[in-house]
Design a protein around this ligand. Structure first.
Ligand code: AGP
Length: 616
């Protein structure tokens, strides 16, 4: 997720764009840049329309310093970008804006161009030179290729070649004073000023300048000058849109109107999982361009070890089942802080999957180095491009969740599991070991974003459950097999943001001691989403209820047996248990969120916790 902005008016553009970019830094902050169209007003400078670009690695503050808060970039028209790297490490070369070879166009982009490799090869064959490793750069060269005097026509032809998601900002030196915006599956809003107009990825960047906005929709293009805004569709027909008035303050806008980043990021999960899955499923097949060199090693792999910390470790626990079943390779999930000191039995016949949202967790880095030193091939699943884990690993698959601001991970965890599901299918298929319906499994994975949204929509009663349980001394999360893996993460979410003591137990383990803790009204959250062991979990529910427990069960609407014994219910849509962890966790994330809210906790920044634990 990145942030894009554009301005055209009668004021100096650069300082306004820098101010707007600062408001978008929560969307991405590993590099930034501006492209300003010179108006030729200042004596002796470049001809009117000349585009000047300034880019930096790191935060907007670096760009402010480099451009003297925009003073070194005179001009009344421009575009800007703050980046969250997806394709190409966070470097100055990969920062946006990107220029066409003839210098006539500059482009900023938020989204992922799924067919960029094919387009890049075509453009290079046509003689276009690339400066960066990004997917975005194919766009500016396509515009140059299609430009025959009409920017609008060139944009429409370019958009017709792109597949994926894109919110684009474009300027052309032949059209001083104009900026263009294009929207497809990434947010883009137009701001209407007096003798000035704007575009931005979200209202946060606009509310200091105007509260009158137009929300572009997919397939819409906009041409903005200081006097007017014209919007047209893919056929070039002008369309009319309603102006809306923004009532949010800046802080609320940054959280998309949600009270906390954590709630915003829970709600972003359908989009984050889709962004992570979609580019890797082509014509009904899972494809990882980044793993083709791993394939020759696969027949020699005798063991897979997954290593991580915290929620990333629990993501590994959830993904283990699909990996073992589809790859027919034993999988162990080990805490990185334990693995690094355990003198592990690891060699060149071991594939080590390292999971980390931040890519900077000290224990995880150390464990990965230990495994590499013993000859293992490492495959990292990381959210931050260019992070230490991504750099050290032999192979890296990125989750495209976008920046995760809340300390308690949500979309980081679910996108990690989504990648594990796809890796299981990819390796299993490469080895010819999948004995189930491959096509059906791919369809199940493709449907996960919709299923996650259903899990959100099916549980309006969660705030009421939070009121009921928020003062409990302890909460037990129980489940078996895949349900147990999710129970582990559900308990951690509860602990780290609501500060209530919560434990996850393999439901079959209760009778070996823990059931002694069950007393009258003891809340037990029972996960019952795996039909293969449902009867057993049902008996565990009866077991704890007979000792006075109150059971909140998570299950399907059709599960009459569970519905008849549980005191309260959370629902998810019925999905193959091998792939249901990313859905099951969502009601538990929301339960933890609302309990923490009832307890008045600092939800986005829980006490004693850091977003990335870079020390032992
Ligand atoms: C998750 O809610 C916690 N903040 C924590 O357990 C986290 O998952 C763990 O520190 C690992 O972080 P990483 O994914 O960045 O490596």
């Amino acid at each position: 997720m990145c942030g894009i902005v554009g301005f055209t008016g009668t004021r100096s553009a650069a300082p306004i764009l820098l101010d707007s970019l600062k408001k978008l830094e929560y969307r991405g902050y590993d590099s930034a840049g501006l492209a300003i169209m010179d108006t030729g007003l200042i004596a002796g400078n470049k001809p009117e329309g000349t585009i000047t670009v300034s880019k930096v690695r790191g935060r907007i503050a670096n760009l402010c310093e480099k451009t003297c808060d925009g003073e070194l970039l005179p001009g009344l028209t421009g575009i800007g970008h703050t980046r969250w790297a997806t394709h190409g490490a966070p470097t100055e070369e990969n920062a946006h804006p990107h220029l066409s070879n003839d210098g006539r166009f500059a482009v900023v982009h938020n989204g992922i161009i799924e067919n960029y490799l094919t387009l890049r090869e075509e453009l290079i064959a046509d003689g276009y030179h690339f400066e960066s490793e990004t997917d975005t750069e194919v766009i500016v060269h396509l515009i140059e290729m299609y430009y025959k005097g009409s920017v609008r026509d060139a944009l429409i032809k370019t958009a017709n070649r792109l597949s994926g998601s894109y919110a684009l900002g474009v300027i052309c030196s032949d059209e001083p004073g104009k900026i263009y915006a294009v929207r497809e599956a990434s947010p883009l809003i137009l701001g209407i000023g007096i003798d000035e107009n704007f575009f931005a990825s979200d209202v946060t960047a606009l509310v200091n300048h105007t509260r009158n906005v137009i929300y572009l929709e997919d397939g819409e293009f906009a041409e903005l000058s200081k006097e007017s805004i014209r919007i047209f569709d893919v056929s070039g027909q002008v369309i009319h849109k309603k102006t809306k008035r923004i009532m949010w303050d800046v802080q609320a806008a940054e959280k998309g109107g949600y009270e906390h980043f954590m709630l915003k990021e829970i709600m972003e999960q359908p989009g984050a999982v889709k962004a992570t899955i979609a580019p890797r499923i082509k014509n009904g097949k899972v494809e990882f361009d980044e793993l083709t060199d791993l394939i020759p090693y696969l027949p020699g792999i005798r063991k897979i070890i997954i290593t991580a910390c915290g929620s990333a470790y629990y993501a590994g626990c959830a993904g283990k089942y699909a990996l073992e079943k589809l790859c027919k390779i034993p999988v162990e999930v080990q805490l990185a802080s334990e693995l690094r000191y355990s003198d592990p039995l690891i060699d060149e016949e071991t594939l080590v999957i390292v999971i980390s949202q931040s890519g900077e967790t000290a224990d995880t880095i150390a464990a990965m180095k230990e495994c590499k030193a013993r000859g293992a091939k490492t495959l990292a699943i990381v959210n931050v491009v260019g992070s230490s884990v991504a750099t050290i690993s032999d192979f890296t698959v990125y989750t495209w969740a976008g920046p995760e601001i809340a300390v308690a991970t949500t979309k980081g965890y679910t996108t990690q599991i989504a990648v594990l599901y796809m890796i299981a299918l990819y390796i299993g298929d490469s080895l010819g070991r999948i004995d189930g319906d491959y096509g059906k499994m791919v369809e199940t994975i493709q449907a996960l974003p919709r299923r996650i949204q259903q899990a959100i929509d099916m549980n309006p009663g969660i705030p009421a459950f939070a009121k009921k349980y928020h003062e409990s001394k302890a909460l037990f999360f129980i489940g078996r097999n895949t349900d147990y893996a999710v129970a582990l993460e559900g308990a951690l979410k509860m602990k780290e943001i609501s500060y209530l003591h919560a434990e996850a137990y393999a439901a079959g383990e209760l009778k070996h001691g823990t059931i002694a803790l069950i007393e009258e009204h003891q809340p037990v959250i029972a996960l019952c989403c795996n039909p293969s062991i449902m009867e057993k979990t049902l008996s565990n529910i009866v077991e704890v209820k007979s000792r006075g427990a109150e059971v909140l069960a998570l299950t399907f609407r059709s599960n009459q047996k569970i519905l008849s014994v549980a005191d309260d219910l959370l629902f998810i849509p019925k999905v193959d248990a091998l792939f249901s962890a990313v859905i099951e966790i969502v009601p538990l994330q929301l339960l933890a969120y609302h309990v923490a809210k009832e307890n008045g906790c600092d939800i986005d920044k829980p006490k004693n916790l850091a977003k990335s634990v870079t020390v032992e």
